[in-house]
Design a protein around this ligand. Structure first.
Ligand code: MC0
Length: 148
């Protein structure tokens, strides 16, 4: 894998939000985004929504809204640290092959949080790079589910 080809594109930007319905309303009614998908991910402790533009071509980045299922979840703790206000919690880069990308990133000194990928939005496979190894940004990598 060459240095240029670890990531395919920016898949989504993730916002931590205190209330999912309010955040969806803001993004659809004020910003004009379109709700594409909504699901609960128990393992990650989130209720989430994915939003896209009118056509939403595969290469267009999406917006992800992340509300906590529990106060002690990752998003719950992030919101608490941020005075209860929402904000950008993560940026997610898409990869074709998460095992290969993870290996390359580890070889280059990036700290991945999970030994093997976990399940993300829409049956995707995900991992995260610790912000301490990425210049301060929580970086998610995602391999979309086949057919997505
Ligand atoms: C913490 N830090 C961050 C950060 N969270 N920096 C940038 N962006 C963030 N989101 C920094 C803190 O400022 C602190 O820096 C240090 O990391 C430790 O912070 P902490 O508050 O003690 O936080 P930890 O260590 O408890 O948790 C941080 C960690 C956690 C990255 C391990 O957020 C995590 O496990 N994230 C991955 C899972 C996740 O985010 N799930 C929700 C989205 P200083 O300098 O003060 O030490 S689920 C999702 O996204 C799925 C559904 C999907 O897309 O498919």
């Amino acid at each position: 894998m060459s240095e240029e080809s670890v990531f395919v594109c920016v898949d989504h930007v993730g916002y931590a939000v205190p209330n999912l319905d309010d955040a969806i309303k803001l993004h659809t009614e004020v910003f004009g985004w379109r709700l594409l998908h909504r699901e609960t991910n128990e393992e990650q402790g989130v209720e989430e929504a994915m939003l896209g533009t009118g056509e939403q071509l595969p290469q267009n980045a999406q917006v992800q809204l992340l509300a906590p299922l529990r106060p002690d979840s990752t998003i719950g703790k992030w919101l608490e640290k941020n005075g209860g206000r929402g904000g950008v919690q993560q940026v997610c880069y898409r990869v074709d092959d998460i095992e290969k990308a993870s290996q390359v990133l580890r070889e280059r000194g990036v700290t991945l949080l999970y030994d093997s990928p976990k399940t993300g939005t829409g049956g995707s496979r995900i991992n995260f790079a610790h912000p301490k190894s990425t210049g301060g940004v929580l970086l998610e990598i995602v391999e979309p589910a086949p057919g997505h």
